[in-house]
Write a protein that binds this ligand. Structure first.
Ligand code: ZN
Length: 260
């Protein structure tokens, strides 16, 4: 089976559509989402509906939580975006109450932690599944943190949240996708790993292209692989939409051009 893993879409419809079209060309049987469907970007309702329609399940990210419940620990641009996003859902629900009910039901049932065929999936980390960041630097600067997080993992865990794709291994290494042969990580049957597919809608590793991964288990036990994929999308379309919405800070658009 080939499972596409997407994360951190952040209401960027152009990026999400490009990624879904790419997934459709790559013989995947299913798609799962690690959260942050919404927040920051200009198309929250369309992105929520597309994820509900196309993904087998999705996790709850800190921005989904912020929009649905309370934006805690957000900077002012993120907080303002969260309130604006909530208003878009309220407006859409007034226009079509039946679709609104379905949408709130989907968002209200996003899970915090899912074990998927033996692979643990969380938005942040297994310690703090919604909010904790695991940065590539932690592999060098914070081995205790990494060790404590690995203690909570049987074998392999998928995470999002930092918007930086790559693989952490339990010997305190971090591998960027382009440091892996063929941008592909062969899942080790023994060594533990934490794998981040990167962000669809707001990459932060200096590369503006949308990022996602595919878990390929077709080779059978011991031969699972994770492929990392990058693809260009119409960044300027999303930037223009953000710049046209007063309550979304211009910087939320500008950062997309740089992948920051
Ligand atoms: Zn995010």
């Amino acid at each position: 089976m080939r499972t596409a893993i997407i994360s951190d879409i952040h209401s960027n419809l152009a990026a999400l559509e490009a990624v879904l079209a790419d997934i459709d060309q790559r013989n995947c049987q299913r798609i799962i989402c690690l959260g942050d469907i919404i927040g920051y970007g200009p198309d929250p309702v369309a992105c929520a509906d597309l994820v509900a329609q196309r993904c087998e399940w999705s996790l709850l990210g800190n921005h989904d939580f912020g929009v649905l419940y309370e934006p805690t620990n957000f900077n002012s641009a993120a907080e303002q975006a969260a309130y604006w996003t909530r208003e878009q859902f309220e407006k859409a629900s007034k226009e079509d109450p039946e679709a609104g009910r379905r949408r709130w039901n989907f968002l209200g049932h996003l899970r915090v932690r899912v074990s998927d065929n033996g692979y643990l999936c969380v938005h942040g980390t297994p310690r703090k599944p919604i909010n904790e960041y695991l940065f590539p630097d932690d592999a060098i600067n914070n081995p205790h943190k990494l060790g404590s997080i690995f203690d909570r993992i049987d074998r392999v865990c998928f995470v999002g949240h930092t918007h930086v794709p790559g693989v952490f291994t339990d010997d305190s290494e971090f591998w960027k996708p382009d440091e892996l042969t063929g941008n592909s990580y062969p899942v080790d049957p023994v060594q533990k790993a934490i794998i981040n597919p990167g962000s669809v809608g707001q990459p932060r590793d200096g590369d503006p292209r949308a990022s996602y991964a595919i878990l390929d288990t077709t080779g059978g036990e011991g031969k699972h692989r994770v492929e990392f994929h990058r693809l260009p999308y119409d960044v300027e379309l999303t930037v223009d939409k953000i710049h046209a919405i007063d309550r979304l800070h211009d910087w939320l658009g500008d950062r997309l051009r740089e992948g920051r």
